[in-house]
Ligand binder design. Structure first.
Ligand SMILES: Cc1cc2nc3c(=O)[nH]c(=O)nc-3n(C[C@H](O)[C@H](O)[C@H](O)COP(=O)(O)OP(=O)(O)OC[C@H]3O[C@@H](n4cnc5c(N)ncnc54)[C@H](O)[C@@H]3O)c2cc1C
Length: 392
């Protein structure tokens, strides 16, 4: 990338936003020969949603349509230096697995059905374990867990490093501290992108502004079928009990989960009852969220996933804090990729909580559409939205 502090007066393609989706769009579009300008309104690149994503990737998915997206993104992560041509940012890929734990009959049945479905889709390496088999591999699995599903090939990545590596590996011009405020349109065609620092003449733009995307398209008359939903993570930076090589570990019933990071862990609970909210840049975190996860007597306690979380609570020696961002949800929980009603104005958003693992491949699809090397697009905006089973 080329960092610039002067806003160019024209560009072939303006990418709005430098999160992982904008970064990947800039990367694949510039690889396709398009000259790209990335406009980021914050003073720091990739500092919003992507910077607080927990960094899990998995082929143990609930929706078949996402398999191809995540599979392609994972191949990119595995060959990141070769594909991006840079070594400054390592994706931190660790195939430490995803382990889902079940104790109730309903959760056991769900696991069996899901594993059968995933195997039917051709996902390799998904194992169904008894509780004892799970404990023989991971000694900290609680005694009342009766079944687990596990896939060693799933695992952990570092979202911000991936976004920065994609930007670094692109040939885009990149400017920070410049916010896009609107669009100029003539006879239904985009002619310019308007910013708080001036106007950039452009026949094409991609809104990759994460949860804020709709705030940009709505005033231009483009309604996106998206809702913003708060998601929080608890960060504990020093927890000696957490094994560094542990998989992402998920309670099948509550979906509370954790992963090792640094010398601590991230803890999450994607609360299905969290209502949709207005998209905002600064999302207020609820300090009570940490207690809901850490207190072993809570119905969504993280202690359901590993015995040592009870010890961490009782020892009471680890400090924590809570961070919050927003998922950009669509009714069918698939992304929105492609052109809007305005000719030349495209969007790449709506990853419904999977933008890190699915976003890079989605951006490759969009770059193909922009370059005219691809026409097929299952994620087009005018598709029929069939409400999907809640995933996280
Ligand atoms: C707690 C949490 C955990 C998550 N964990 C995972 C996970 O494990 N795996 C996974 O795949 N996904 C995960 N996600 C989802 C993932 O973080 C998102 O899908 C992804 O980061 C979205 O990336 P983005 O580039 O679309 O948005 P963002 O990262 O939000 O980037 C949007 C950018 O656009 C900029 N922008 C906005 N408006 C303007 C404007 N007007 N002008 C210029 N710039 C603008 C913003 O400043 C921002 O930098 C998680 C999300 C949360 C909140």
């Amino acid at each position: 990338m080329r960092r610039t502090s002067d806003l160019p007066s024209r560009a072939d393609l303006v990418v709005i936003g430098s999160g992982i989706v904008g970064a990947a769009t800039a990367f694949f579009a510039s690889r396709a020969g398009i000259s790209v300008l990335v406009v980021e309104r914050r003073p720091a690149l990739c500092s919003m949603t992507t910077a607080i994503a927990v960094g899990g990737y998995r082929l143990q998915l609930e929706h078949r349509e996402e398999l191809e997206l995540v599979g392609r993104s994972v191949r990119l992560f595995e060959r990141f230096a070769e594909e991006t041509g840079q070594t400054l940012h390592d994706p931190g890929l660790r195939a430490q697995g995803y382990l889902w734990l079940a104790r109730s009959e309903a959760a056991v049945a769900r696991q069996r059905e899901l594993v059968e479905r995933q195997r039917g889709w051709g996902v390799d390496g998904v194992e169904l374990l008894t509780g004892d088999e799970a404990r023989s591999r991971f000694a900290w699995v609680p005694d009342d867990v009766v079944q687990a599903r596990f896939r060693q090939g799933d695992g952990l990545i570092e979202p911000k490093r991936i976004a920065m590596g994609l930007l670094e590996g692109s040939s885009a011009d990149v400017i920070t501290g410049v916010g896009v405020t609107g669009f100029q349109v003539s006879s239904g065609r985009l002619t310019a992108v308007v910013t708080d620092h001036g106007t950039v003449a452009a026949g094409a733009a991609v809104v990759a502004a994460g949860p804020l995307s709709e705030l940009l398209t709505r005033p231009a008359g483009v309604e996106l079928p998206v809702s913003a939903v708060r998601r929080q993570r608890v960060v504990l930076w020093d927890v000696p009990e957490v094994p560094r090589d542990a998989p992402m570990t998920v309670d099948e019933e509550t979906t509370s989960h954790w992963r090792p990071v640094g010398s601590g862990a991230y803890l999450l609970y994607p609360d299905a009852s969290e209502p949709g909210a207005e998209p905002v840049e600064h999302v207020t975190a609820d300090p009570g969220f940490a207690l809901a996860l850490l207190d072993p007597s809570s119905p969504v306690a993280i202690a359901r996933t590993a015995t040592f979380w009870r010890d961490v609570w009782e020892r009471a020696g680890s400090a924590w804090f809570v961070q919050a961002g927003q998922y950009t949800m669509t009714p069918d929980q698939r992304p929105l990729i492609g052109q809007t009603e305005i000719d030349g104005l495209h969007v790449n958003t709506g990853y419904s909580g999977h933008g890190v693992m699915a976003g890079p491949a989605g951006a490759e699809i969009l770059a193909g559409l922009l370059a005219g090397t691809r026409t097929e697009n299952p994620f087009r905006l005018d598709r029929e939205f069939v409400p999907a089973e809640q995933a996280f």
